[in-house]
Structure formats: structure tokens, C-alpha cells
Design a protein around this ligand. Sequence first.
Ligand code: SF4
Ligand code: SF4
Length: 268
Amino acid sequence: MIISVASGKGGTGKTTVAVNLALSLEDTELLDCDVEEPNCNIFLKKKLKNVEDVSIPVPIINEKCDFCGKCSEFCEYNALAVMKGNVLVFKELCHGCGGCKLVCPKDAITYKERKIGEVAGEDNFYQGKLNIGEAIATPIVSAVKKKIKKEKTVIIDSPPGAFCPVIEAVSGSDYCLLVTEPTPFGLNDLKIAVEVLKKIDVPYGVIINREGIGDKRVEEYCKKNNVPVLMKIPHDRKIAELYSKGIPFVLEMPEWKEKFRGLYGAIR
Ligand code: SF4
Ligand code: SF4
């Protein structure tokens, strides 16, 4: 079973839920796909081995080019600009789709691999990391997901938000846990995340983190829209202190292991 943990808004406790859920269940594999800021290992403190580069192919224009402009017209990402006697390649914008080569009538395009990040980990934990300054996170998420071991219960810590890397992380999951906080900002971004999950047809439920701050509008929204609220994690000083020390709270508060197992049972 693959369970992804997502949140419309950053900072809602998504990583906390992913790590504590993984530590509460037997035979899990945790994949940190929040590749711009992978934080799971702050809590797990594993020495990461098996580092693999992740690269994408970017175009190189050769002397056969007659500057017709077809490649730049084709490129959705504005990674190519054809000028008189020159083709500029903005490599940071290139998604490595390979389309420009297909449309080039002069066979003037070859590709060179460009490293944008890496995947590291072992056995039951892997994380992806996008290099600083890079904008294209989706290939790193895909590379982390190649580590999925289908015989395990896989927990995926998705990036926050509702953009391409999130869709890549969550797609193919059997269930998605949406972690939110009971504030107007949390509600606004939860609504966006719900719309995304409806589109990609992944079943979902909500975890309200820091219950006690804010108001009841998230719960009212969930009730009105038949979105199950599967767990509420209180705004609790002990949980916050453990978080600040990088300690998963299920390790010091074992009653929460039972609650996470109950959550897993409810999902199943
Ligand atoms: S499509 Fe090919 S020939 Fe035309 S500008 Fe691009 S690289 Fe040059
Ligand atoms: S490989 Fe795709 S994204 Fe990159 S420049 Fe060519 S068309 Fe654009």
C-alpha cells in the first residue's frame, strides 16, 4: 500500500505525520519527496549512503542549425531563444522533454546530461534533494519514487503546495493524507489540494494538526464536503518541544503509535 502525505500549505506538519506514521507501522518504507527541503532525516538521523545523481538531458545546438526557430516555438518552457545567427539555451528552464529534437528539421540538436540533484538512502528510507538554484523538481521526485518497494507499506512525504512535483509525488498512491492546520490559510490551501486530488483520482482524508489554534472552519468544510477527518493532533507543548529537538513524538509518547496504527487501519 502506498500512502502519500501532502499539504496545500507548507509548515503544517506534513513531515511530522509522515515520519511518525512510518515509525508506528511494521515493515514500512519512507520516501522523502519534498526535494526542495527534505526534512525527514532530521528526525531519522540516518547516515545516507548509495548517493545517485539525477540528471536531465538539455539540448546542444550544432552547426547544422539554420536558425529556423521551430524548436523555440515548440518549447513550452521558453528554454530556447532563436536569434539571428544564434540559439540561446536557458538550461535551468529546460525540462529535458526531448521535444525540440523531434521538431528540428535539420537534425541540429543533440543532448547532454545535466545534474540537477540526487537521491540518497538505504533499505527503508530514501530522500531526493534538488540542487540549490535549480527549478525543475519533478525528475528528482520521479527518481525517488523508483525506490518504491511494493511489498512494503510505502509512506511518501510529498512537497507542499499543489504544483507539478506534488502531482508526481502523489500520483499512484492508494491514499493521500492531507495535513492542514485549523486556520484560514490552512483552509484555503486545503481546498486547492482537495481539487487536485479529485482530478488525479486519489482518495484522501484530512489530518488537522495543531488543533486548538485557529477556528472550526476546516472541520465545517470537511463535514460539508464529506471529507473524512481521520486524526487531530493537538497544539501540545510536549509535541512541539520534541519537534524542536528533532525527536519523532511517537518515540516518547507511545500512545500515539496506537493512534497512528488506528489511522492506518481506518485508511485500509
Ligand atoms: S529547429 Fe533546429 S534548425 Fe531550427 S533553430 Fe532549432 S535547432 Fe536550429
Ligand atoms: S528538451 Fe524540451 S524543455 Fe528542453 S529545450 Fe527542448 S523542448 Fe524545451
